[in-house]
Design a protein around this ligand. Sequence first.
Ligand code: GLU
Length: 392
Amino acid sequence: MSAPLKLSARAEGLQPSLTLAIAAQAKQLRQAGRDICSLSAGEPDFDTPAFIRQAAAAALEAGHTRYGPVAGEPALREAIAAKLTLENGVPTTTDQVLVTNGGKQALYNLFQVLLGPGDEVLLPSPFWLSYPEMVRLAGAEPRLLVTEAARGFRFTPDELEAQIRPSTRLLVLNSPSNPTGMVLDRQDLEAIAAVLRRHPQVAVVCDEIYEFLLAPGHCHHSLAAVAPDLAERLFIVNGFAKGWAMTGWRVGWLAGPRPVIAAAAALQSQSTSNVCSFAQMGALAAITANRDCVHAMADRFSARRQHLSEGLGRIPGVVLIPPEGAFYAFPDVSAWGLDSMTLCRRLLEEVGLAVVPGLAFGDDRCIRLSCAAAEATLDDGLDRLARFQDRL
Ligand code: GLU
């Protein structure tokens, strides 16, 4: 008999992604015949626009099927650099861009090449649930900068300053935010930059994956455009999943200072190599086209965000700070007297509604609902939630 295999310390503490797990569970239950409404994973329900699919299909047909440069197709890297320069006001050259397997690998690679034991990473909380796990996988420790719904999930410059220590290596900014929908405006970013100028050891990564998904009246700003003097320690993560409805394609990017991008490319060369060759050609078609399809989908999400917010507002005991972007609502339902894990388990069991517990995002009072679903599905989800509340 052989001894049981022992997992590494790294793997032992690792939590699987709950957003993906709940979405998969909802799918499974539905396949097994249960009547399920899923407002769990943040995934556009639209198909990838036809011209993007056609570009990838044509590349595949033309034999674009071999290993490519690890850091990405040169034309795609160049197009991403041009997008950052022209659309975001962040002057970027091709060698400052790494094409990654979705935004997730961009973050993972960055954390791996930048962080190690003894380092701390500041995460404004509520946070997207993969950040702390990825930080720990890099041997570093997350440190939370707790924000409250009552203040629109914003932190003040003083609160930021108070959490910075000599061991703070990185600040993660996610605007528009998953799960809260908070959007950092220009003034917020200027105030953050002023604090960062006093702490030269702190780098920043801006996760801009929801860049295009904004409620009317809100604008996306890149910290790197607002504070160009900090460029030597600013990183941008973004990708095609949310804006172009390309979640399954797994194409994203990391942009920032050259030596770090080169190190992240070296890491990628020893792990996953290039991102799928023909998927990159679809991404190239997407990013070099105008933004009509992106804005058309974003408009639909805005209408649904509004619809979901209004519907939630009608359910007793639900307190919602209206999301300013992304495609989630993160209401406080603590008045119902259940912790978020129990609540989400009971919602699934009792009314067939799949949503994500706020605990996974750092706030046990809340649950996360995605509005990346048709209006009829949102209404169905709202009905189920109201029915559950009614029975409590
Ligand atoms: N980022 C999306 C979400 O939060 C997709 C799933 C994931 O990768 O976490 O639902």
